[in-house]
Write a protein that binds this ligand. Structure first.
Ligand SMILES: CC(C)(COP(=O)(O)OP(=O)(O)OC[C@H]1O[C@@H](n2cnc3c(N)ncnc32)[C@H](O)[C@@H]1OP(=O)(O)O)[C@@H](O)C(=O)NCCC(=O)NCCS
Length: 206
């Protein structure tokens, strides 16, 4: 007969997950966007799932972003650096040559949501901004209705700076209205503190 007692009680719920303890991020990498990618970019940008959260650019704006050195336009690809992976979305950075070292995440759009690709991209982009572009500040604005993006950015260390009230016009079946923009940023010292805490582990394919 076993002398062991009953098993210890299990905790009431899952332990809270620290950012560093999250499941491994999917492999993604960035490659420069080519003119031949712009049909794909515009298809993703105008997808009904993305339209509530972004104002699509004219093609000529994208073409300009490919040429203008202050901007960086990337295709997000699945997999590590050494593979030519499936396109998953695109990114635009602005202010890459800013004398104020203030780099803006102008646009981040993923085709497939909720698979961790957004978090993997945000990690890569922070590293690109602070390590490669030597940014002092990495910032963006995001609509208040974009709860998914807000949750992602807050959990990746971005701080809300303020709101641009009712600055985006909304057109809906129930009538028109306005949404506000939330301005968020991360400073280089805040990023370095996260690195020191092990909160900035990047996908291995980066
Ligand atoms: C916003 C976006 C980039 C996020 O990428 P994603 O791959 O969908 O996000 P992830 O799977 O990495 O999830 C990141 C976090 O978002 C939050 N999240 C995910 N789905 C959510 C939902 N349906 N509602 C609220 N929050 C959600 C969670 O906090 C999640 O983290 P966790 O699962 O580790 O807890 C992507 O959804 C997208 O391209 N959306 C449309 C365009 C857009 O809004 N761009 C950003 C403009 S600033």
């Amino acid at each position: 007969m076993s002398e062991r007692g009953p098993p210890p009680p299990t905790p009431a719920g899952p332990a809270p997950t620290l950012a560093a303890e999250r499941p491994a991020l999917p492999l993604v990498h960035l490659r420069p966007t080519l003119l031949s990618d712009l049909d794909y970019v515009q298809t993703v940008e105008t997808d009904a799932a993305n339209r509530p959260f972004i104002s699509p650019w004219e093609r000529v704006q994208h073409e300009g972003a490919l040429r203008f050195p202050d901007l960086r336009h990337f295709i997000i690809e699945a997999g590590g650096n050494d593979v030519h992976g499936r396109a998953e979305g695109f990114v635009i950075l602005q202010g890459c040559r800013s004398p104020h070292k203030s780099v803006e995440l102008k646009r981040l759009v993923l085709q497939t949501k909720g698979r961790g690709l957004g978090r993997a991209c945000v990690r890569l982009l922070k590293r690109l901004a602070f390590r490669d572009l030597h940014a002092h500040r990495f910032w963006f604005d995001v609509t208040l209705l974009n709860t998914r993006a807000l949750a992602l950015y807050a959990s990746e260390g971005f701080v809300e700076e303020g709101r641009l009230r009712e600055s985006v016009r909304l057109f809906g079946e129930d009538g028109d209205g306005y949404d506000s923009l939330v301005v968020m940023s991360l400073l280089d010292r805040e990023y370095q503190a996260r690195v020191a805490l092990g909160l900035e582990a990047s996908p291995a394919g980066a």
